[in-house]
Each structure stands twice: as structure tokens, then as C-alpha cells.
Ligand binder design. Structure first.
Ligand code: ADP
Ligand code: MG
Length: 194
């Protein structure tokens, strides 16, 4: 399998690459398609009825597990190596708990609109980078689940694929980088101009 990476993606370690379940894939495009069908099944499962709380640490892992269970042996398991994106791997549990506590408080006090709460949740979840890979797709689905609970709808995510290296992804990554620096407005603009 020859991996290719879009800008703003986390490269797969050699150890993690060994966790690839399908043996017949050789191209990144084939892997993307394989993952996509795995994710579609998980999405159908996730939205069929309420399966769990998007602010529950264990459920966050369960959803990643469902999204990638046919693709990666480490699906749903926390990172144990450091990456170009994300906190040190040993900080993941603490940072996740802090983040979830903050989001619960934001909801309780209606600190922001439902869209902004879910957008901030998306950014903080993907900035922690819980799993070795699939964090972008996972954190987008988790944000959709949170927005569904708060406002009864999902995000549009620019109405296009954010997996391939394209202009839409470039805008999305730039918006996350602005959020890293404390400015959530570009991410909100990206999500709302869809
Ligand atoms: N500067 C950044 N700050 C926060 N999140 C980022 C940043 N750059 C990229 N990301 C997120 O990381 C994701 C890439 O991580 P990765 O684990 O490879 O997810 P996936 O395999 O689903 O693309 C991007 O889709 C984006 O959501
Ligand atoms: Mg990736």
C-alpha cells in the first residue's frame, strides 16, 4: 500500500500501517474508497437512533471504532505516538476530559449558538487528535452528532469532499489553523457559507 497525504493530514507510522485490515489495496484512492464505505455504514448506524452521547469519552472512541473497524486494527484506540497535529499522546485523556467539560458548560450556559458550540467542539476534538488517523472525518461526524442533538441538523462541510487535496480542503484547513490561534470566525464562516 502506497500512502499519499493531502496537506493537513497525519502520516501513518510504519507500525500503524501494519494495522491495515484489507490486504488487496495498493493505491490511496482505493483506501479512501474502502474507508468511505466503512464510514457510510457507521454513519447509518449512528443516526438511525440515539446511540450515545457525543460528549462521552468512551462513546467518542466507539464511533471511531465503528467508522474504521473494517479498515484498521487500531480503530477506536487512542494514539500512542506523537503526530504533526495534536497534543502529546500522553495528554490525550486529560485534554479530552477538559474539553468535554467545557462544552457541557457552554451548552448549560448557552455561551454560544448551537452552531458555534458544535464548531468549537469539532476544532478542539481534531486539535487533540485522539486516534492515529481518521481524526478529521471522525471529528466532523462527532460535530454533526452534537449539532443534531443541539439543533436537529448536521453541518454541510462546504458541500464537498474534504478528504482530497482541493480548494475546499485548503479553506477548511486554513480555518482550523485560525481556530488554533484562537479565532473561530473563519471556521464559522466556512460552516455557514455552505
Ligand atoms: N492546524 C490544525 N489544527 C487542527 N486540526 C487540524 C489542523 N490541520 C489539520 N487538522 C485536522 O486534522 C485532519 C487530518 O487528520 P487525520 O487523522 O489524517 O484525519 P483524516 O484521516 O480523517 O483526514 C484534517 O482533516 C483536519 O480536520
Ligand atoms: Mg488521514
Amino acid at each position: 500500500m502506497r500512502f499519499e497525504y493531502a496537506p493537513g493530514a497525519t502520516p501513518i507510522d510504519p507500525d500503524e500501517a501494519k494495522g491495515l485490515i484489507p490486504a488487496h489495496l495498493t493505491l490511496q484512492r482505493e483506501l479512501n474508497e474502502y474507508e468511505e464505505s466503512n464510514i457510510l455504514e457507521a454513519t447509518a448506524w449512528l443516526f438511525a437512533r440515539r446511540r450515545g452521547d457525543p460528549l462521552d469519552e468512551r462513546f467518542i472512541h466507539v464511533v471511531h471504532g465503528r467508522m474504521f473497524n473494517q479498515t484498521w486494527k487500531w480503530a477506536g484506540k487512542s494514539r500512542r505516538t506523537d503526530k504533526n497535529i495534536g497534543v502529546s499522546w500522553f495528554e490525550i485523556p486529560v485534554r479530552l476530559r477538559q474539553m468535554l467539560g467545557d462544552v457541557r458548560a457552554q451548552i448549560e450556559h448557552q455561551a454560544y449558538s448551537p452552531v458555534e458550540i458544535a464548531a468549537r467542539y469539532h476544532h478542539r476534538l481534531v486539535a487533540i487528535h485522539v486516534i492515529p488517523n481518521g481524526n478529521g472525518r471522525h471529528a466532523r461526524l462527532m460535530a454533526d452528532l452534537l449539532l443534531t442533538e443541539l439543533a436537529g441538523r448536521r453541518f454541510e462541510w462546504g458541500r464537498g469532499s474534504l478528504v482530497a487535496a482541493n480548494e475546499l480542503r485548503a479553506r477548511y484547513i486554513a480555518a482550523l489553523q485560525a481556530a488554533d490561534a484562537g479565532d473561530c470566525q473563519p471556521l464559522l464562516a466556512f460552516l455557514e457559507n455552505a
